[in-house]
Design a protein around this ligand. Structure first.
Ligand SMILES: [Zn+2]
Length: 387
């Protein structure tokens, strides 16, 4: 068993709250990694001996990013749709259904190779934990296939058969909801930790959403939800009532929604890549934090509305457009997102936690927002292994 000592860390974000600082910031710090876990955290002067020493040279170290909302198993892309949206050209977008067709037409090996590319992309940008949703299969066999492929690369697989009603069920949506809650759930549950539903006008109603979440919970899955993305609606209230770990998007919220979130354990996960990529108004993160709501940031990486996996970009957007301080945004992209996945072993640098760390090529975490678009990831450790 070898130990690694990461020394001369100019600014260490531990996320172990101390003295009114939720980020638990330490200076001139050392982290010791042993057996894939954090073994010791403290000042340089008190550092224990270790087999290997890495000199951070006064730069900043943060927990690896936790991307708690992605849709990474899919075929094709929709660059033409994005270009049309950005240039104002009318475009008969097939939207999600178009990706469903491309995904169904792709082989396991094609999807697996694509996924491996995305995982490498995530790691290179400092993301060490990520959730992946199904939702581009929308048949029993294809949803189970996507769940199985996602489970090859993450423990946090989310069954999202209730992403959209597929074309073949357009005239009988009740039959589709029955399928999602029955045979499709049975086929996906063995690979999944989470159940999700897109509760929105044009997707699934509050009643249908409740049914889906209840069916998943009865199978031992934990609930999370897409809600309040395109307009006001009942998504947040349904999610909170169902005890969901997270309700994601939260772009349009009433006072009652904010109050319900503040009085619950449900995390509000904000996905600013969507607003950036669709030119929609950003959610008001400041209002949520001020009300006492736990806020997470995630990429929502998907080929339609947010084809980016960059957590530093999410941080920059949250600071520039959504009213968070740099410290709050970094916390939301690490500890907040971990909370939305009900994980206490990631998003934090304390003895016993997984040794998932990012060394920034910058003296402070502020640079993640201060230098948008600049590659600042100088080193990444996942389970103690340098990637
Ligand atoms: Zn999504």
């Amino acid at each position: 068993m070898t130990s690694t000592l990461l020394t001369r860390i100019g600014e260490l974000t531990t996320n172990v709250a101390a003295d009114g600082d939720p980020c638990g910031t330490l200076h001139d710090a050392v982290v010791v990694i042993e057996d894939g876990r954090i073994a010791w955290v403290g000042p340089v002067a008190e550092a224990p001996a270790a087999d290997e020493i890495v000199d951070a040279g006064g730069r900043a170290v943060i927990p690896g990013f936790v991307d708690s909302h992605t849709h990474l198993v899919f075929g094709g892309d929709r660059a033409d749709e994005f270009e049309a949206r950005m240039t104002g050209v009318p475009y008969a977008a097939g939207g999600i259904r178009r990706t469903v067709a491309a995904t169904r037409g792709a082989s396991d090996d094609e999807l697996r190779a694509r996924l491996a590319g995305f995982v490498a992309e995530l790691h290179a940008q400092g993301t060490t934990t990520f959730e992946i949703k199904t939702g581009y299969g929308l048949s029993v066999a294809d949803e189970a296939r996507l769940a199985r492929l996602a489970a090859e690369v993450t423990d946090d697989v989310t069954f999202l058969g209730a992403h959209v009603v597929p074309a073949e069920y357009a005239d009988d949506r009740d039959a589709y909801v029955d399928l999602v809650c029955g045979e499709m759930l049975d086929a996906c549950a063995p690979y999944s930790r989470w159940i999700d539903v897109f509760c929105e006008r044009g997707a699934f109603t509050p009643e249908e959403s409740r049914r889906v979440l209840d069916a998943g919970r009865a199978r031992g899955l934990r609930a999370r939800m897409h809600g309040n993305q395109l307009g006001h609606g009942d998504g947040v209230q349904v999610a909170v009532a169902a005890g969901a770990a997270s309700v994601d998007h939260c772009t349009y919220l009433s006072e009652e929604d904010v109050t319900a979130l503040a009085g619950s354990d449900t995390v509000a996960t904000l996905l600013p890549g969507v607003e950036f990529s669709t030119r929609q108004p950003y959610p008001n993160a400041r209002r949520l934090v001020d009300a006492g709501v736990t806020v997470a940031l995630a990429s929502d990486c998907n080929p339609g509305s947010s084809f980016t996996s960059s957590m530093p970009l999410m941080i920059a957007l949250a600071v520039r457009e959504m009213g968070l301080s740099p410290a709050e945004a970094v916390w939301a992209a690490t500890a907040g997102a971990a909370r939305s996945l009900l994980r206490d072993d990631v998003g934090v640098i304390r003895p016993g936690a997984r040794a998932d760390l990012v060394l920034l090529d910058a003296p402070t975490r502020v640079h993640l927002a201060y230098r948008p678009g600049v590659p600042l990831i100088a080193g990444v450790w996942k389970d103690g292994v340098s990637l």
